[in-house]
Design a protein around this ligand. Structure first.
Ligand SMILES: Nc1ncnc2c1ncn2[C@@H]1O[C@H](COP(=O)(O)OP(=O)(O)OP(=O)(O)O)[C@@H](O)[C@H]1O
Length: 284
């Protein structure tokens, strides 16, 4: 596998009873890039995420994650907790899943629970602050503080997470995922329900993750202003199959994509585009 490929999905299929939700779907995501997976409602985007992150075991196909150091993992064979811990894939969900009664800072410390417990040697003496636990706890707080600053949440560190505005909760989820040190961050509709200001703050956070950490991002998103502004690579799914794959500009102008989004047949696309252009011309 070329070094710059971080994730390769090969011939992925997922069947739910009589429904083929994903049908022979293949794609690659490159290291250090933001890759977007888009498509109409019910196209199968979340199902692909659930296969990558171990929530579903695919009916068929392979999902290969290649880390920076070259180590490869077959994600479809790993239990989900090892997909985060060893393969270093983190995710957020369509619906926010924070510990709303814990503070913002506590949410980021809980995400680092595994490494803190390991440092304690799983003993009470360890937890009471001897040796490695104390230094790991300090590092965990420093990492949490780093991500609070990046996500513009430092002023809210001691507030319950449930008290934050919606857009800030979304950024906190991303900060929490980043505290696990992922090489691949999977975001399921991070811009859903955000106002334009919150959406701009999200774009800035995702861009800074790409620029400063080398973490690659795989994103499902309906908000085209987010997709087109920040993605390096866009893949379009319809009825569980890939219909387009390329740069944002390529995908935006692909007649099959336009047809899928407008809900028309391929051969009607030219007609629809002409009608849209006519309307736009009239508006100027
Ligand atoms: N656990 C499941 N059991 C049965 N059918 C499922 C299951 N999960 C998803 N599906 C079906 O698979 C298809 C793809 O759903 P999926 O949620 O992956 O689409 P999506 O592209 O993420 O849609 P949306 O944009 O609306 O979130 C749908 O027809 C859905 O009803």
């Amino acid at each position: 596998m070329p070094e710059d490929v971080l994730l390769r999905v090969e011939h992925l299929s997922m069947r739910f009873g009589g429904l083929m939700a994903i049908n022979d779907f293949s794609f690659e995501a490159k290291r250090g890039e933001i890759t977007a997976l888009i498509g109409p409602n019910g196209a199968g985007k979340t199902t692909v995420f659930n296969c990558i992150t171990g929530f579903y075991k695919p009916t068929m196909g392979m999902i290969i994650m290649q880390q920076k150091a070259g180590k490869q993992y077959l994600l479809e064979r790993l239990p989900d907790f090892l997909i985060t811990k060893d393969a270093k894939v983190a995710r957020t969900f369509q619906n926010i899943r924070l510990f709303s009664g814990l503070t913002v800072l506590e949410n980021l410390l809980v995400a680092q629970h595994n490494k803190l417990m390991k440092a304690s040697g799983y003993t009470i003496l360890g937890l009471l602050g001897i040796g490695s636990y104390r230094s790991e706890a300090k590092k965990a707080i420093e990492l949490a503080r780093y991500w609070l600053e990046k996500a513009d949440l430092i002023d809210r560190a001691d507030d319950p997470a449930g008290d934050l505005p919606y857009g800030a909760q979304r950024r906190l989820e991303i900060a929490r995922a980043m505290c696990t040190g992922p090489e691949l961050l999977c975001l399921d509709e991070p811009a859903a329900g955000l106002n334009p200001r919150e959406s701009a703050a999200l774009n800035a956070l995702l861009r800074s993750i790409r620029a400063e950490t080398g973490t690659s991002i795989l994103l499902i998103e309906h908000d085209m202003s987010v997709v087109m502004q920040i993605s390096d690579h866009v893949i379009v799914l319809e009825y569980g199959q890939k219909i387009s794959d390329g740069t944002p500009d390529h995908v935006k102008n692909d007649p099959r994509v336009i047809a899928a989004y407008l809900g028309v047949e391929d051969d009607e696309v030219d007609e629809v585009i002409a009608a849209v252009e006519h309307l736009e011309g009239g508006a100027h």
